[in-house]
Design a protein around this ligand. Structure first.
Ligand SMILES: [Fe+2]
Ligand SMILES: [Fe+2]
Length: 163
């Protein structure tokens, strides 16, 4: 793969986040299943529904740039997912596990926010306003999901874990 232009870089980065979103559609249910707090379970399940739309929006962006949707393995995500799995397996106390699940989910949200922020900026630079709007819409949902997890952690999960 030779990246020679910002267009190429945009396409490669799109494949990276497409990989992440597709993986998340399968891994968020696993996190939700292991969460014991009903609030945390709800937050993860509602973000799963948003994540399915994120996949759909990315497919629309591939369409805009006249490429078929394809995923490229994202090593950063693989590392984050591995850490999340370890947390689930290693922590026995359900409340402490919830605090860890919320923290792991937020780490992934931050990765997504970084990708969508960059892609939306590049799309504007490349005069692709429709693509920029799709990416910006998802970026706002990732930010909202992150804030919801922060609020949950502060209001419920962390207190229970510390008790
Ligand atoms: Fe997403
Ligand atoms: Fe997300």
């Amino acid at each position: 793969m030779a990246v020679k232009s910002l267009d190429d870089l945009f396409h490669e980065t799109l494949k990276d986040i497409y990989y992440v979103e597709k993986k998340l559609v399968r891994s968020i249910p696993k996190l939700a299943k292991h969460a014991s707090s009903p609030e945390l379970k709800d937050a993860l399940e509602s973000h799963l529904r948003e994540t399915e739309m994120h996949v759909d929006r990315l497919e629309q962006v591939f369409n805009i740039i006249d490429r078929r949707p394809s995923a490229k393995k994202c090593e950063a995500y693989e590392g984050l997912a591995k850490e999340a799995d370890e947390v689930i397996e290693e922590i026995d106390d359900p409340e402490v596990c919830d605090a860890a699940i919320a923290a792991s989910a937020q780490t992934i949200e931050h990765y997504e926010m970084s990708r969508y922020g960059t892609l939306a900026t590049w799309a504007k630079e490349l005069n692709m306003q429709d693509a920029a709007e799709l990416l910006e819409t998802t970026l706002q949902e990732e930010k909202a999901a992150d804030q919801k997890l922060s609020a949950l952690a502060e209001q419920h999960v962390n207190h229970r874990a510390a008790a």
